[in-house]
Design a protein around this ligand. Structure first.
Ligand code: URA
Length: 348
């Protein structure tokens, strides 16, 4: 935040660590907060860092906004505290206890997660309305058919409804497993794992490789780096750009103005600790594989030949005809000739 940029009083207090948004809201309405020695009871009163804000006479100061990109290793919980986990994500970054993770990854999932104290941006990135793209590489068990790829792309019928269209690419097919890259624009609980299970391909390993404009390039598992100002701006724009498209497409209403979206986000959430809605939460469960592999329950969609003709799947060793349709057993040959490896891009 630039020094002169105004923000809502309730935002200021939450950012000063006074409490959750709800408790700050109550403090303000109760008359416990002064701005430049004047009692203010309107939580959305604008203040700047030059204003002197006090709670029951004690001056408080909003913290500088901080943004880190972390490459979460396996076994680390992506929460601020978890009595059952050996390690939590905020402990990977010095001073990380004052930050909160933007969305979640399963304990077993590796990859990119943002830590910040910027609740407005966090909310925008997590909100399904904004559909910020997230790219994962999954190692799945089994042979990937064109039909499965088609279904994953078009939408999978999960318990709570169809998934929205995804970009899906088979990177490599080995004898028993395959590497598949998938980009989704939602963040439902254990979404990627459940999508693959639904098409009969249980996930053995999962890694998030891209988050909006950010990639894991140069960031080893367990590593972190502070985002540059330019990257933070890119993230903000990613939210705004998608917000416009989604507002137009889904709601059929005029584009949501960035300022309105910002206000809405500020109202909805200030600190990640306050975000409990599962609708916003990515993969917040830390359970094991959600369902056993049940080939009979796999969903499928008709293969789209025009799509297939242009797809890069030939390179990954995918046959022209769906194996399942021909009723043939999996081909034990390993088209790429390479042994299995962790789901990294260089497997392609
Ligand atoms: N989808 C999942 O299934 N798990 C994650 O950790 C993230 C997305």
């Amino acid at each position: 935040m630039s020094p002169a940029q105004p923000m809502n009083l309730v935002v200021y207090l939450a950012r000063a660590g006074v409490g959750s948004r709800r408790s700050c809201d109550e403090l303000i309405r109760d008359g416990a907060v002064t701005v430049n020695d004047e009692v203010v009871t309107f939580p959305r009163q604008k203040v700047t860092p030059e204003d002197v804000v006090a709670v029951r006479g004690e001056p408080v100061t909003a913290q500088e906004l901080r943004y880190f990109l972390v490459n979460k290793p396996r076994g680390v919980a992506s929460t601020r505290s978890d009595p059952h986990a050996d390690r939590v994500i905020v402990d990977l970054v010095p001073g990380g206890r004052s930050l909160f993770p933007v969305g979640r990854l399963d304990v077993d999932t590796t990859g990119l997660i943002i830590l910040t104290n910027d609740g407005v941006l966090a909310n925008r990135l997590m909100h399904p309305r904004y559909g910020v793209p997230k790219t994962y590489v999954a190692r799945v068990r089994g042979k990937v058919s064109r039909r499965a790829l088609g279904t994953l792309r078009q939408g999978v019928d999960l318990e709570e409804g169809m998934t929205s269209p995804a970009d899906v690419r088979l990177k490599k097919q080995s004898a028993k497993t395959a590497l598949v890259e998938i980009t989704i624009h939602e963040g439902r609980k254990r979404q990627v794992r459940r999508m693959f299970v639904a098409v009969g391909l249980p996930v053995e390993e999962l890694s998030r490789r891209r988050y909006g404009p950010l990639t894991d390039k140069g960031l080893e598992p367990g590593g972190y780096r502070e985002l540059t100002g330019e990257e933070v701006e890119e993230l903000r724009r990613a939210g705004e750009e998608v917000a416009g498209e989604v507002a137009k497409e889904v709601e059929g209403s005029p584009l949501m103005l960035a300022a309105e979206a910002q206000e809405e986000a500020a109202d909805a959430v200030l600190t990640r600790a306050d975000v409990s809605s599962e609708a916003y939460t990515e993969a917040s469960s830390d359970e094991g594989e959600s369902q056993p592999f049940e080939a009979g329950e796999a969903q499928s969609a008709p293969a789209d030949e025009s799509d297939l003709a242009e797809s890069p799947e030939e390179d990954a060793g995918l046959d022209d005809q769906d194996e399942a349709e021909r009723g043939q057993p999996d081909d034990p040959a390993e088209p790429s000739g390479a042994p299995d490896a962790p789901p990294r891009d260089d497997d392609a």
